[in-house]
Design a protein around this ligand. Structure first.
Ligand SMILES: NC(=O)c1ccc[n+]([C@@H]2O[C@H](COP(=O)([O-])OP(=O)(O)OC[C@H]3O[C@@H](n4cnc5c(N)ncnc54)[C@H](O)[C@@H]3O)[C@@H](O)[C@H]2O)c1
Ligand SMILES: O=C(O)C[C@H](O)C(=O)O
Length: 353
């Protein structure tokens, strides 16, 4: 403090951190693809890292989309976002990765109506191998990676396998959209506000095999915290309709919009990074696809969605006691997951041989 001028000390005391000399250093965020052009304005407005955190955007797309990408860059300048300190828009993956602190990997092909997310595996997996090595070589040390493009868990696993220098704990995939969907539809069912519901869990993959779990979820009521199970008082709905409804929401949106979810996906990507970097609120967990350390009997090394809490930029798997339904679902999924992990790695090796 003593080396600061009187003016700077007054600024700190008064909390006037908008003073130019006191501003935080910009965080460099790479975004590949655009998710329907919804994500970058949210980041530039401070939704992801807070209203006092300047950002520098690195946008990557493929050469046929270069003109569109340049248009997005012009719009970002036109929007005059106070937090946006610069934009690199490029079709060169190495250039895009230089010095990035956070990488949000959305670029890839979406599924079409009537197909599953795994149907885009062959197209998207190859993209992730190339981008893994560019990130490993050019990104900032300790870069945090969020994979959004489908199949999200598999793409994140490929990225992890092909960038061994990036710590495995820094590579995650998005299941926050499913988590938010579960919160939102429980709130609809109970006719309450979504911010009063917490602690749902998404187990497994961002696919129709996921297990949306409301067994530990609670609601803040005027009479204190109550369990969702108790308030809904309809086990059949919770263990049946709710689960298949959340599992199928992505497909329902594609059917209605004729496009993948964009607004909700962008918002969920902001929530994921926000909580990872700035922490989950006390007593609350979120769902993130992270590498398994063997917790809950999930094979180590898989990228799997667990309940996690975050503190000081690190996630840890939360301890939720398991219900009969969860245990049964886990038992059935465990052996099929092991088989899939080996199959994916074998196919990837064959592809690149
Ligand atoms: N995990 C989730 O919750 C979630 C939610 C929504 C969408 N998605 C997935 O995100 C992906 C993108 O969806 P969309 O609706 O934006 O698709 P889109 O087709 O509208 O856009 C994809 C963009 O990625 C770009 N792209 C393709 N290959 C690239 C590469 N190698 N490098 C950089 N950019 C590349 C394309 O040019 C395009 O701009 C899809 O795989 C979709 O399934 C996931
Ligand atoms: O379902 C999709 O293919 C898009 C996305 O993963 C979603 O869940 O909305």
């Amino acid at each position: 403090m003593s080396s600061l001028s009187l003016f700077q000390r007054i600024v700190i005391r008064c909390g006037l951190t908008s003073c130019r000399s006191m501003e935080k250093q910009p965080v460099r965020i790479m975004v590949t693809g655009q998710i329907g052009y919804a994500l970058v304005p949210m980041i530039a407005r401070g939704v992801m890292l807070g209203s006092d955190q300047p950002v520098f955007l690195h946008l990557l797309d493929i050469p046929p989309a270069a003109e569109v990408l340049n248009g997005v860059k012009m719009e970002l300048i036109d929007a005059a976002f106070p937090l946006l300190k610069g934009v690199v828009a490029t079709t060169n993956v190495e250039e895009a990765c230089v010095g990035v602190n956070i990488a949000i990997m959305v670029g890839g092909f979406p599924r079409k109506e009537g197909t599953e997310r795994k149907d885009v595996l062959s197209k998207n997996v190859s993209i992730y191998r190339t981008q893994a090595s560019a990130l490993e070589q050019y990104a900032a040390a300790n870069c945090k990676v969020l994979v959004v493009a489908n199949p999200a868990n598999t793409n994140a696993l490929i990225l992890k396998e092909f960038s061994p220098a990036i710590p495995a704990k820094n590579i995650t995939c998005l299941t926050r959209l499913d988590h938010n969907r579960a919160l939102g539809w429980i709130a609809q069912r109970l006719n309450i506000h979504v911010s009063d519901v917490k602690n749902v869990i998404i187990w497994g993959n961002h696919s129709s095999t996921q297990y949306p779990d409301a067994n530990h979820a609670t609601v803040i009521t005027q009479a204190g915290e109550k369990s969702v199970k108790e308030l809904i008082a309809d086990d059949k709905w919770l263990h049946d309709e709710f689960i298949s409804f959340v599992q199928q929401l992505g497909a329902a949106i594609i059917k209605s919009r004729k496009l993948s979810s964009a607004l909700s996906a962008a918002s969920a990507a902001c929530d994921h990074i926000h909580d990872w970097v700035l922490g989950t609120p006390k007593g609350t967990w979120t769902s993130m696809g992270v590498y398994s350390d063997g917790s809950y009997g999930v094979p180590p090394g898989l990228i799997y969605s667990f309940p996690v809490t975050c503190n000081k930029g690190e996630w840890s798997i939360a301890c939720a006691s398991m219900s009969f339904h969860e245990l049964e679902w886990m038992r059935q999924r465990r052996s099929s997951l092991k088989r899939r992990l080996w199959l994916i790695l074998a196919l990837t090796d064959l592809y690149w041989c």
